[in-house]
Design a binder for this molecule. Structure first.
Ligand code: ADP
Ligand code: ZN
Ligand code: ZN
Length: 768
């Protein structure tokens, strides 16, 4: 490449025209190639008084690339003087795209950290962080605004003009604000001809402004305001800890570990009030699924100006929110993972609610974890970070213990509001309960009957959608798997299809074994559709709602289902993990976990943690009212430590038992982890490539002398996906620095062969 990269050595001294410097922009390219490239800035683009064409960090520019000077778009990340080299002059930028910077200096540093930490090209990180609606200025357009210059207005009556022009000028001068061409033509009841004549004569001046095109500019919804609640002793202590950090003006991470219903949300709402009183902004990250009108409503009741950011927003709406935030018009930003990048001008606090949720990790490049990015951002901006959960991630928990490498402060809230007791949990051992009929054991059935008799409501959790979760032939052992994936097909009775949950491949359900033609082919395994059918057969006349990815496809259906449940129109709510989170319904007197084992059997070192979280969180949905509540957990593995701890609502017990397992294997939170996944249609090519990478990574580890454990290459748990073979390599080291060093040396330089794609996932959450 003829273009010099930043990492190139400086040219030799004799090449330099003594002292000659050029103004250069450093540019990174979202579409590759990787690296930072310097371009000279033409004079026309160096004039701050011409904001339309001014080059500054955070704007996108047009640049010529490579020998053929192919035009590409890149982000300017720095501007500065560079020594001029007469023999190798820098190429000049060709143009400026954005009329203002899209990336503030702190955000520039944050994205640079991400590029380095997640081994993702900086340009790709920037493209992932700046929403496309912001880049494209969605929902706005350039409008020419007309006004009468003051010197013209002063001698308006003395001007000798044709009658139509005089009329136009009078109309415009009478307007309190500038008008568009169309508006003026309407007011003066004329064509554009007299207006243009006046512009030519210099009697009307014009400027271009970017205005919203849609009607979304309605003010924030008006909601009845609620006063802060009077806090209990645990809440006061926790709030004081957070306020102490806010007042110190320094960064600190506070882990708020409070049981479900202990009043965590109320505490951070009050902490945000302090931040807002100082004229600063707060960012609250919540799992996507909790971004319901109810959650958002809790913020609207307490703050005048909030912005909501989530993934189902239109480009126009997102752009509008982004601008409001950047302009400092917003006090609180509530959003899913990507709201961690919200362009608040004076950040005062970041809160991550349900900190343990896996949805805070992004599963496409840049594969960042919002918790780690938030930690980096709050450190850089010297503000506190609050993590809240009833079931903290073991990462956060360990960092809150004495002697950990990171030091989080722990604030505990072990009691529910109003000293409501935690619900009693009973375990039903599915191995010995001979009275199992279908999905529901006798104890669960009885408890359901009683809850309904007492006018209570019921939540049933089953974390598998569909009707039957596998189709198998007892005669020959054949198992129906997807044509394109190494995944069992699920039978969906509603649509009468067998479906792959990974690639959405559909087929007609077989009536005989496709292999041996036996008619005894069996549909087995329990999904939410079958559970719904069983429950409605067992409890006739009782209204039931099912919430899973199949019934919740349309936006808003989540709210409709929850509203009906809130009003008591639905008596039994059953569904996948989407019903396990955040719901606060005092009339729920029974929670049934139909199978606690589905997460336990996943090939994932976090399987126990996921099971503990899921059972504890769903159990926390009951016992929130005067009437108390109870929980029944069905399992084939009643002695499993995760289930035993969940039954006792005892997070600390779970952590005490699980952490040594992690430590023994060097798994997070003891040490860092990286995963390389290679995939392609040709299995030999994928294998050969990953073997080569593994060799190079191992050698890099030996050369750097760091202790690193390498597992694989091996087939990934899902060996085939969408027709592609998948293999992976897992690296473990005491921290992420040696991992990244080995990956830079062993993975980055090896280009995968045609037809093979390869990704690196730092601190992976998805192990499939
Ligand atoms: P968490 O976030 O820990 O699940 P919430 O903050 O949602 O708990 O509180 C649970 C319930 O208790 C909510 O209905 C909330 O309005 C109420 N609540 C919280 N703090 C108080 C308080 N100090 N006094 C009375 N009610 C409270
Ligand atoms: Zn068969
Ligand atoms: Zn498939």
């Amino acid at each position: 490449m003829s273009q010099r990269s930043l990492f190139d050595a400086e040219p030799p001294a004799w090449e330099l025209d003594a002292g000659a410097m050029v103004l250069a922009a450093t540019v990174v390219l979202p579409g590759g190639p990787v690296g930072e490239f310097d371009y000279s800035i033409p004079d026309a683009m160096a004039d701050e008084r011409k904001p339309e064409t001014f080059v500054e960090p955070g704007r996108r520019v047009r640049a010529p690339l490579g020998r053929g000077n192919r035009p590409v778009i890149g982000y300017c990340v720095a501007v500065g003087l560079k020594p001029a080299s007469p023999s190798r002059p820098l190429k000049a930028l060709k143009g400026v795209i954005d009329t203002e910077s899209l990336v503030s200096p702190p955000m520039m540093r944050l994205t640079r950290w991400m590029a380095d930490h997640y081994l993702t090209p900086w340009g790709q990180v920037l493209e992932g962080v700046v929403p496309s609606g912001v880049r494209g200025k969605a929902g706005t357009r350039d409008v020419m605004l007309l006004s009468v210059p003051t010197h013209v207005a002063a001698r308006l009556t003395k001007l000798q003009l044709p009658p139509k022009q005089a009329e136009v000028l009078k109309a415009l001068a009478a307007s309190s604000k500038p008008l568009s061409l169309k508006q003026l033509a309407m007011r003066a009841d004329c064509t554009s001809a007299p207006i243009n004549a006046l512009r030519k004569a210099g009697l009307i001046e014009s400027r271009v402004e970017r205005l919203a095109t849609d009607g979304l500019l309605a003010e924030d919804m008006v909601v009845e305001r609620l006063q802060p609640k009077k806090l209990n002793a645990d809440q006061v202590r926790t709030l004081d800890t957070i306020l102490g950090a806010i007042d110190s003006g320094e960064h600190e991470t506070i882990l708020v570990h409070g049981v479900t219903g202990s009043g965590k949300t109320e505490v951070y709402l009050q902490a945000i009030e302090r931040v807002v009183a100082f004229g600063r902004q707060a960012i609250v990250l919540v799992p996507e699924i909790s971004l319901t009108p109810q959650t958002v409503g809790r913020f609207r009741e307490r703050f005048d100006r909030i912005a909501v950011l989530h993934s189902h927003q239109s480009d126009v709406e997102r752009h509008r929110q982004w601008r409001r935030i950047a302009a400092g018009e917003v006090e609180v930003v509530v959003g899913a993972r990507s709201a961690v990048f919200a362009p608040t001008p004076h950040l005062g606090l970041v809160v991550i609610d349900e900190e343990h949720e896996t949805s805070f990790k992004q599963d496409t490049a840049p594969r960042y974890h919002a918790r780690d990015v938030a930690l980096q951002r709050t450190r850089a901006e010297n503000v506190p970070l609050v993590l809240a959960s009833a079931t903290p991630s073991l990462e956060a928990w360990r960092y809150a213990q004495p002697g950990a490498p990171e030091r989080f402060r722990l604030a505990s809230m072990p009691r529910r509001i109003g000293d409501l007791p935690m619900p009693a949990v009973r375990v039903v051992d599915l191995r010995v309960d001979g009275e199992m009929r279908g999905a529901l054991s006798r104890p669960l059935c009885q408890a359901m009957k009683q809850a309904l008799d007492d006018d209570g409501q019921i939540i049933l959790l089953l974390n598998r959608r569909g009707y039957s979760t596998h189709v198998q032939c007892p005669a020959c052992g054949y198992k129906l798997v997807c044509d394109h994936c190494d995944v069992a097909m699920t039978f969906h009775r509603q649509d009468n299809v067998v479906l792959c949950h990974w690639c959405d491949h559909r087929a007609a359900p077989p009536v005989v074994c496709p292999d041996c033609r036996s008619p005894r082919i069996r549909y087995g395994g329990l999904g939410t559709q079958k559970l719904e059918a069983e429950v409605s057969a067992r409890f006739r006349g009782v209204s039931i709602a099912r919430m899973d990815a199949d019934t919740m496809r349309r936006p808003g259906s989540h709210e409709v289902a929850l509203d009906a449940f809130r009003r008591g129109e639905t008596r039994i709510l059953l569904g996948t993990q989407m019903i396990a989170k955040g719901l606060d319904f005092p009339n729920v007197t029974l929670v049934g976990v139909v199978s606690a084992d589905s997460a336990l059997n996943l090939p994932d070192f976090r399987a126990a943690e996921r099971t503990f979280q899921l059972v504890t969180q769903v159990a926390g949905r009951t016992g929130r009212g005067e009437r108390g509540g109870r929980v029944i957990v069905q399992t084939f593995d009643p002695d499993h430590p995760a289930i035993q701890a969940a039954v006792r609502h005892d997070f600390e017990r779970f952590a005490r038992e699980e952490l040594p397992n992690r430590q023994a294997l060097g798994y997070p939170p003891y040490g860092s982890m990286a995963r390389i996944i290679a995939r392609g249609a040709s299995e030999p090519l994928v294998t050969a490539y990953l073997d080569q990478v593994a060799g190079a990574v191992k050698q890099a580890a030996v050369e750097t002398g760091v202790k690193m454990r390498i597992a694989g290459p091996a087939p990934a748990p899902i060996t085939r996906l969408r027709g592609e073979f998948r293999r992976h390599l897992q690296l473990h080291a005491p921290n992420s620095d040696p991992l990244r060093a080995a990956l830079k040396a062993g993975w980055q330089p090896i280009k995968p062969p045609e037809g093979v794609r390869s990704i690196v996932d730092i601190d992976p959450v998805d192990m499939l």
